[in-house]
Design a protein around this ligand. Structure first.
Ligand code: GLU
Ligand code: ZN
Length: 307
């Protein structure tokens, strides 16, 4: 009898893309686990990408700590880990393409001016181009990008957790793709790399929902289809603050891997506290297999979870 290899209907490639601004904490473990389980439950691949394009915000050695800690929790990339710090040529090439297609423009607005505008940019530098040698950021001209696609706006986002969402995309609020300080912007790098790695499914924290339409527009503009997005609830402390490196959430200890994993499972609603007590005495592999069998992304809560 030939071995039957189960193939998914459409190939699934998911990813976890941490910024190395500190070691892994419970909030990031929950995101890593959710994206891993969704990939495994769909017979897909799971990739890890280190988003190290913002050196001032990074902590020396954090990427090794993150990768080691993920491995101790049984979460290892199915392909070589991609480092954004090694992808500058690809980002520059994309910036050049967008400039040649006249879909981007330079902006030398000061921080003070932008602050006065609060959140939305006013396209000040679109008609008033900065002098050639002035230090400038580069923004995507969203209206020109939409025009190049023959689209008045984007279709609603169908989120895997939150359902259909009519997120506002203000075509005047042109966002930065290359920063004034010379660094590549997150919005650009994340899309160039999701395309390069053939990512079909993004499972990430709900704090990134506001970036999704900008990224979808960039995908279309670069001639690709955006992945399917699922935004999972944030893990907060009891006062409602997101567990994050900025809020000094404590690092998780690799010696407590099964306790951490089962706690993450409980936060994701896969088990209750009593089941967790039994489960945490099993191996990391057994816990991950068990959790993959239980995983149903549609059953996730849509409100923040208190961790
Ligand atoms: N590097 C981003 C972060 O750590 C996540 C990027 C993404 O998942 O799209 O917040
Ligand atoms: Zn400007």
């Amino acid at each position: 009898m030939p071995t039957i290899i189960r193939q998914p209907a459409t190939p699934y490639v998911g990813r976890f893309a941490p910024s190395p601004s500190g070691p892994l904490h419970m909030g990031s473990l929950v995101c890593a686990l959710a994206s891993y389980l969704d990939a495994r439950a769909n017979n897909g691949q799971w990739l890890v990408r280190i988003e190290d394009i913002d050196p001032p915000r990074e902590q020396a050695g954090a990427h090794s700590l993150i990768l080691e800690s993920l491995a101790k929790h049984g979460l290892e990339s199915d392909q070589r880990v991609l480092f954004q710090s090694q992808r500058h040529d690809a980002y520059s090439a994309t910036l050049n393409t967008l400039a040649q297609r006249q879909l981007s423009y330079r902006c030398n607005c000061t921080r003070a001016r932008l602050k006065q505008l609060e959140s939305l940019y006013d396209q000040h530098c679109l008609s008033l181009a900065p002098p050639p040698n002035s230090l400038s950021a580069i923004r995507l001209n969203q209206q020109a990008a939409l025009l190049s696609l023959d689209k008045p706006t984007l279709d609603p986002l169908i989120d895997g957790v939150l359902g259909p969402l009519q997120l506002p995309l203000d075509p005047h609020d042109d966002f930065v793709i290359h920063r004034k300080d010379g660094l590549f912007a997150y919005q650009l790098a994340v899309v160039v790399d999701d395309i390069e790695q053939g990512i079909t499914h993004v499972v990430r924290g709900a704090d990134l929902l506001s970036t999704t339409n900008k990224q979808r527009l960039l995908f279309f503009t670069l001639g690709s289809s955006p992945p399917h997005y699922s935004h999972i609830p944030l893990v907060t402390d009891s006062r409602g603050h997101k567990l994050s490196k900025q809020n000094h959430a404590p690092a998780i200890q690799s010696t407590e891997a099964t306790a951490n994993l089962t706690f993450a499972c409980e936060l994701l609603g896969l088990c209750n506290n009593k089941e967790r007590t039994t489960l945490q005495h099993k191996s990391v592999t057994t816990i991950l297999q068990w959790a993959t069998g239980k995983w149903d992304i549609r059953a996730l809560p849509t409100h923040p979870i208190i961790g």
